[in-house]
Design a protein around this ligand. Structure first.
Ligand code: FAQ
Length: 311
C-alpha cells in the first residue's frame, strides 16, 4: 500500500501536478505542510492586532472603513487557511492550542509595534508587499487546498498593498512633519519586512526538502532579493528612501543585494523575546476566552440540528 502510495506521490510531484487531501502522502510532507500552513494561518490572525489598534484612531471615516475591511480580510485569510490545514488531519482546536501554548510559530513581523498612523501605510506597503512576493509562488504549491487558498488570498493582499502605498504617498506629499512620519515608519519596518522571508538559505533547514516537494518554488534569499528590487523602485515614487545604502543590482548573479540583516534580533523574536510577543499572545488568549460563549452556542446549535435530523 505504502509502496504504491509513494510511487503515485512521486509521479504527481515529478509531473508538477497536485496532491489532494484523500491522496496518500509521506508523513513528513503532511507534517511540513501542517507546520507551514498553520504558521501562516496563525500569522494572519495575530497579524490583525497591530492594525486593529489603529481603527479607532484612523484620520477619517474613509480611512477607518478601509482599514476595518483590511483587518476583516486578514481574519478571513486565517479561517480559510485553518480550514485548508485541517484537510491534512489536525483539527482546528489542536492548531489553536499549539499557537496559544507558544509551540507554534507565527510571523516575526507581527511582534513589532505600530506606533503611528504612517505605520498603517508601511505595513500595507512593506508587510503585505513581502507577503505577496512570498505567496504568489505558493499559488503553485503542490498541495491543492494550499495553492487554491493562496490565489484568493493574493488578490486581497494586492488591494492591501495598494492601500498602504497610497497612505504613504499622501503623507509623503503632505506637511514636512507628515513626510517625516512616513519616512520614520519605512525606516522601522524595512528590516523586519525583509526578515519575513525567513533565514538565509544556508540557515534554512526546511527549504531544500520543501522545494523538492514543489511546496516552495524559490529560496528565501531569492524571494527577499526580488522584493528588494521591487521596493527600491517603488520608494522613488514615494519620494522617500530605504534605510539601506548597500542596495545594488548584481549583474553577475542577477540578484538584488542589500545590507546585512540583524539575524540575532530575528532569532530573539522567534524565541518569543521581541518587542511585542508577550502582548500579542496575551491579547490572543483574551480573545479566545471572550469567544467561549460563541463556541458553546455554536456547538449547542449544531447538536440540536443533528438531533432534529435524526427524527
Ligand atoms: N517568522 O527552514 P525555514 C501575512 C521559521 S504574511 C517566524 O526557512 P520554511 C499577511 C520557520 O517556520 C506572514 N518564523 O522554514 C498579513 C521554521 O520553523 P520550524 C505569514 C519563521 O518554512 C499581512 C524555521 O524558522 N506568511 O500574514 C520566519 O521553509 C499584514 C526555519 O526556517 C507565511 O507564513 C519568520 N519570518 O520557510 C497579515 C507564508 N521565517 O522549522 C496581516 C508561508 C522562518 O522551527 C497583516 N510560509 N521561520 O517550525 C512560508 O513561505 C515559509 O514558511 C517561510 C519560512 C518562508 C516563512
Amino acid at each position: 500500500e505504502d509502496e504504491a502510495g509513494q510511487a503515485y506521490f512521486d509521479k504527481i510531484i515529478a509531473e508538477d501536478s497536485r496532491i489532494e487531501p484523500a491522496d496518500w502522502m509521506p508523513e513528513k510532507y503532511r507534517k511540513t505542510l501542517t507546520r507551514q500552513m498553520s504558521q501562516h494561518a496563525h500569522s494572519e490572525i495575530i497579524g490583525m492586532q497591530p492594525e486593529a489598534n489603529w481603527i479607532t484612531r484612523a484620520p477619517s471615516l474613509k480611512r477607518k472603513a478601509i482599514l476595518m475591511a483590511k483587518v476583516q480580510d486578514e481574519a478571513g485569510h486565517g479561517l480559510y487557511l485553518y480550514s485548508a490545514t485541517e484537510t491534512l488531519g489536525t483539527p482546528r482546536h489542536v492548531l489553536n492550542e499549539q499557537l496559544m501554548s507558544g509551540k507554534a510559530k507565527y510571523s516575526s513581523i507581527f511582534n513589532y509595534p505600530a506606533n503611528s498612523w504612517a505605520d498603517m501605510g508601511a505595513i500595507g506597503w512593506l508587510v503585505d508587499g513581502a507577503a505577496i512576493a512570498n505567496q504568489v509562488p505558493l499559488c503553485r504549491a503542490s498541495y491543492g487546498p494550499y495553492g487554491r487558498a493562496m490565489v484568493r488570498i493574493c488578490k486581497e493582499e494586492s488591494f492591501h498593498q495598494r492601500q498602504g502605498f497610497e497612505i504613504l504617498l499622501e503623507l509623503a506629499n503632505g506637511t514636512p512633519a507628515q513626510k517625516q512620519m512616513a519616512q520614520d515608519a519605512v525606516n522601522r519596518f524595512y528590516a523586519p519586512a525583509l526578515m519575513m522571508f525567513g533565514p538565509t538559505d544556508t540557515d534554512s533547514p526546511n527549504s531544500q526538502q520543501s522545494m523538492a516537494w514543489n511546496i516552495k518554488r524559490f529560496s528565501n534569499d531569492e524571494l527577499r532579493s526580488r522584493f528588494v528590487g521591487m521596493i527600491q523602485e517603488q520608494v522613488k515614487v514615494l519620494g522617500l528612501t530605504l534605510p539601506d545604502d548597500q542596495i545594488r543590482y548584481n549583474e553577475e548573479t542577477g540578484l538584488w543585494e542589500h545590507g546585512e540583516l540583524n539575524w540575532d534580533e530575528f532569532y530573539e523574536v522567534l524565541a518569543g523575546r521581541g518587542p511585542c510577543n508577550a502582548q500579542r499572545m496575551e491579547r490572543r488568549r483574551e480573545a479566545h476566552e471572550n469567544g467561549a460563549w460563541v463556541r458553546e452556542a455554536a456547538a449547542a446549535y449544531a447538536a440540536k440540528k443533528a438531533q432534529k435530523a435524526q427524527v
